[in-house]
Design a protein around this ligand. Structure first.
Ligand code: AMP
Length: 223
């Protein structure tokens, strides 16, 4: 863990397939911060068959965004004082729209974000990554058809079944990329204007990208 006084408060932005989920989990572990992936949270709810999860799944499978009021209801609970996110956190997949970004500012009040990282990966690379992406149903560990688990699509970490995500179909992926440009790219500008944004190159081996991320976070929190 880094020598920082308190775990940082970070937002990780990036297209689907940019490696946000994997890197956010590693950063959370490295800095002793909580990791909130709204996508993972919705998938877990859908897998448990709750009414809320099944509603979210309809949007997810079509590649649509879950409506802001549903997302904000969930995030508000997590960020509430004494809630599961505590003082330091890595937000992964949230915010994704301008109303969500502005609601997040309101929720955090005077103790705002330390840094927003845009993990940049070109469209053709994310398309290839998503086409080959396979995910453990149980612990969400991400594999690729070119680097599968050791034994017959069974997760090396937890033994869960490793399969394609329901929303990784070609149509849903196209839709998600379009929505990313329409809804999420404007928040990059929003954070740039507030002096919070840094862009990190997300192309390369996972360890290499992780080192780049730690460097920008350390530079910011020790500045
Ligand atoms: P992810 O795991 O981050 O790729 O998210 C999977 C799906 O969950 C997205 O394609 C959306 O349908 C939904 N989702 C996750 N986070 C949000 C959010 N902040 N706002 C709206 N929809 C979201």
């Amino acid at each position: 863990m880094s020598e920082c006084r308190q775990p940082p408060r970070l937002v990780l932005l990036g297209k689907q397939g940019a490696g946000k989920g994997t890197q956010a989990a590693r950063l959370a572990d490295h800095y002793g911060a909580a990791h909130l992936s709204t996508g993972e949270l919705f998938r877990a709810q859908a897998a448990s068959g709750t009414a809320f999860g099944l509603e979210a799944k309809r949007y997810m499978d079509a590649g649509d965004l879950v409506p802001d009021e549903i997302v904000l209801g969930v995030v508000e609970e997590c960020l509430a004082p004494g809630g599961p996110l505590g003082d330091g956190f890595i937000l992964d997949g949230f915010p994704r729209t301008l109303p969500q970004a502005s609601a997040l500012d309101g929720l955090l009040g005077s103790h705002g974000l330390d840094l927003v990282i845009d993990l940049e990966v070109p469209r053709e690379i994310v398309l290839d990554r998503i086409a080959g992406r396979r995910v453990c149903e149980n612990c969400q560990r991400v594999y690729h058809v070119n680097s599968p688990p050791t034994v017959n699509w069974t997760c090396d970490t937890c033994g869960g079944e490793v399969k394609q995500r329901d929303d990784d179909t070609e149509e849903a992926v196209e839709r998600r990329l379009t929505l990313y440009d329409q809804e999420t790219v404007p928040i990059i500008e929003y954070y740039r204007e507030r002096g919070l944004l840094t862009v990190v190159d997300g192309v390369g081996e996972g360890d290499e990208v992780f080192e780049r991320l730690v460097k920008v976070v350390d530079d910011r929190i020790h500045a």
